[in-house]
Design a protein around this ligand. Structure first.
Ligand SMILES: Cc1cc2nc3c(=O)[nH]c(=O)nc-3n(C[C@H](O)[C@H](O)[C@H](O)COP(=O)(O)OP(=O)(O)OC[C@H]3O[C@@H](n4cnc5c(N)ncnc54)[C@H](O)[C@@H]3O)c2cc1C
Length: 369
């Protein structure tokens, strides 16, 4: 496919981040071109859960997601026989098949007037130009939305500060009616299963661990309740895997290049925050592009990522420390309001004070259990 001669904004990658950024930039009147090497709908291993703050961010971009997929009302942690659950303080979460989300975003971006080029791999950039095998485009701004393994990041010299942590996620769908109105996270030995309702008769099951060879079949015996519910059900999608990287970058802009979505850093998948973050980043990026100054995006981006990163650190600590995990689950099960408070904080509904108060209370309960 031919590249245009010039554009205001060239977005490399037409996944959720690239399309959300395209929609936001078009709403501010910029001419936008998006190129992706795949063809829609693009699938990817994902837990497929969007938190209420992610839906709010989508709404503010004019992307209507309510009524799609399957709503869920909160989060449930399961560990051995302990269960702790909390409703979201406001609104609901949404389980939505990745391909369905992609179709909606493609339609919205096309309606907004973005030029969408599919099957076009970008092979390089320089100061004001984007290159593919079939030509090049002059761009006032270049946006790297090319995912966790971003090449734009490398081309722009925006590599991470070296604190990457990798885990491996494997996803499948099963034809089961959701058995709970929650997104469930089942904690096992150095792995988690998380289960998202994605339709009235469909659930998405993701196994995530630090071991690239671990698979659902080998791990299910650790989770007898889930094993019992899935017994005899044939998955409706083949297994699809992806790396979940925890990556923080020192900078997400350089010159006229900006990164968005997983290209700009990511939190561990178990937080379920990736999509929410990219909607929020897309909004902040479009404002900066329209003002012709990327500096505010740099600071907004840092701010947006702080709480999810803190929550991811806590979750990964629980993943690594079996004894701490067991005691934490018991403490939360014995004091459910604490879990509600932590969930509210995760969703930016609380101030930082309850976080410290909550951590203190949790610490006290761990000591006294
Ligand atoms: C196992 C797992 C479970 C997850 N679960 C959840 C969850 O439940 N909820 C949640 O909110 N988040 C979840 N996430 C995170 C979420 O999936 C990501 O944050 C999200 O996919 C990032 O979108 P993106 O557009 O930045 O990147 P991607 O979705 O990776 O899209 C990047 C796009 O760029 C294209 N591309 C790459 N290189 C080029 C190139 N050179 N030229 C042209 N195109 C290119 C690719 O084809 C792709 O379409 C999960 C992640 C994993 C790994």
């Amino acid at each position: 496919m031919e590249l245009p001669k010039s554009t205001d904004v060239f977005i490399v990658g037409g996944g959720p981040a690239g399309l959300a950024a395209a929609i936001a930039a078009r709403r501010r009147g910029l001419e936008v071109t998006v190129a992706d090497r795949e063809h829609p709908p693009v699938d990817k291993a994902c837990g497929e859960g969007i938190m209420p703050d992610g839906l709010a961010a989508a709404r503010s971009l004019g992307i209507p997601l309510e009524g799609e997929g399957q709503a869920f009302r909160g989060i449930r942690f399961c560990h051995d026989s302990d269960r702790v659950e909390a409703d979201f303080p406001q609104g609901q979460g949404l389980g939505i098949r990745r391909t369905h989300l992609h179709r909606i975003l493609v339609d919205q971006a096309a309606q907004a007037g973005a030029r969408l080029l599919w099957g076009v791999g970008i092979t390089g950039i320089d100061d004001r130009r984007v290159y593919s095998a079939s030509g090049s485009t002059e761009a006032a701004w270049i946006v790297g939305a090319d995912g966790a393994g971003s090449r734009v990041r490398g081309w722009a010299g925006l590599q991470s500060s070296g604190c990457d942590r990798r885990r491996y996620g494997f996803r499948r769908h099963y034809p089961a009616a959701p058995w709970s109105p929650f997104m469930e996270i089942h904690w096992g030995d150095a792995c988690q299963l998380y289960i998202t309702p994605t339709g009235p008769r469909e659930i998405c099951v993701v196994l995530i661990s630090s071991d690239p060879h671990r698979r659902l079949e080998d791990t299910l015996p650790q989770f007898p309740e889930v094993a019992r519910r899935l017994a005899g059900l044939a998955p409706t999608t083949p297994e699809r895997g992806a790396v979940s990287a925890s990556r923080r970058l020192d900078r997400v802009t350089r010159g006229r290049v900006a990164l968005v979505g997983d290209a700009s850093g990511s939190v561990d998948a178990v937080t379920g925050e990736g999509i929410c973050l990219l909607f929020q980043q897309a909004q902040a990026l479009a404002e900066a592009l329209a003002d012709g100054d990327l500096a505010p995006y740099e600071s907004h981006h840092r701010q947006i990522g702080k709480r999810p990163a803190r929550m991811a650190d806590l979750m990964l600590l629980l993943d690594r420390r079996a004894r701490l995990r067991r005691r934490t689950m018991r403490a939360l099960a014995a004091h459910p309001p604490l879990f509600s408070r932590l969930l509210a904080l995760h969703l930016r509904e609380g101030s930082i004070f309850p976080f410290f108060a909550g951590t203190f209370t949790l610490g006290w309960r761990l000591l006294t259990l």
